[in-house]
Write a protein that binds this ligand. Structure first.
Ligand code: MG
Length: 266
């Protein structure tokens, strides 16, 4: 016979409950015997990062400093010159030239980017200032994980396709779109998905993101790559370029400036 079979509520559960309920009292008494120094931790020392006003932090990789697209290449012709249009400290989508991507490949990072929808933008729904930020590109077209960029100022479309959506996966928590004709900002932390050597998913991609300083995703776990048609699916990949979308909508092209990333967990 089980030697604990005779035990009842008062023999077992009650004592455990009482011990758990008085544990905080013991902790409190222990704290009272401690000094402030007992809980000071001095190592490691966080690295110093200089943060000049309106510039990239000192440890960032600058992807566009206002002068050239040297950090970028056509997604369909890696190694060639990215032919979007640079001028006035900004660059503008050149729709016939197709998507562009970073020459460098990334895993986990913090990113800052500013974009501008022309004041006289036309079109509606998905056809109004459509571009996109592919957080990790897995092909030259629209393969990868798209963070939607669109003019969502008084321009309704499906919620999981509006500005700041993880395209057709996650609706943004808010719509912080400014009126066309004003610069806007995107700040985000991207954790790349991790795959085993057999191609199986070990951990999904994660994102926390802000548009114009407003939280739009809070540590969301992606379900896979984003698709125009069909449900999300993961396929194994390693470090990947960041890609900007040249969308085929007929509205005026949008512009970008001040793009930088800080690599994380390296
Ligand atoms: Mg798009």
């Amino acid at each position: 016979m089980n030697k604990y079979a005779h035990m009842t509520y008062k023999h077992f559960i009650l004592p455990v409950f009482l011990m758990a309920s008085i544990a905080p009292v013991f902790s409190q008494q222990k704290n009272e015997k401690m000094t402030p120094k007992d809980t000071e931790v001095w190592e490691p020392v966080p690295p110093v990062v200089a943060t000049p006003k309106d510039q990239a932090p000192s440890d960032a990789i600058v992807l566009f400093d206002g002068t050239n697209l040297d950090a970028w290449e056509p997604a369909k012709r890696p190694g060639e010159k990215a032919e979007w249009i640079v001028g006035g400290g900004t660059f503008t989508v050149n729709k016939p030239a197709g998507n562009i991507q970073t020459k460098q490949r990334f895993e986990d990072y913090q990113l800052h980017l500013e974009y501008y929808i022309p004041k006289d933008i036309d079109g509606e729904e998905q056809g109004r200032g459509n571009s996109g930020l592919f957080l990790a590109s897995t092909g030259p077209n629209d393969e990868g994980y798209e963070f939607q960029i669109l003019d969502s100022y008084e321009n309704r479309t499906y919620s999981n396709g509006q500005l700041g959506s993880i395209y057709k996966q996650f609706i943004p928590l808010a719509n912080p779109a400014r009126k066309p004709g004003e610069w806007q900002s995107i700040d985000l932390v991207w954790t790349a998905p991790k795959f085993g050597t057999d191609g199986s998913l070990i951990s999904p991609a994660k994102i926390t993101a802000f548009i114009n300083n407003v939280l739009v995703h809070n540590n969301v776990e992606l379900k896979g790559e984003t698709f125009y048609i069909g449900h999300p699916v993961y396929k194994a990949h390693g470090p990947s370029p960041i890609k900007l979308q040249s969308h085929g909508d007929p509205s005026k092209p949008i512009s970008f400036r001040n793009i930088w990333v800080r690599e994380l967990n390296k």
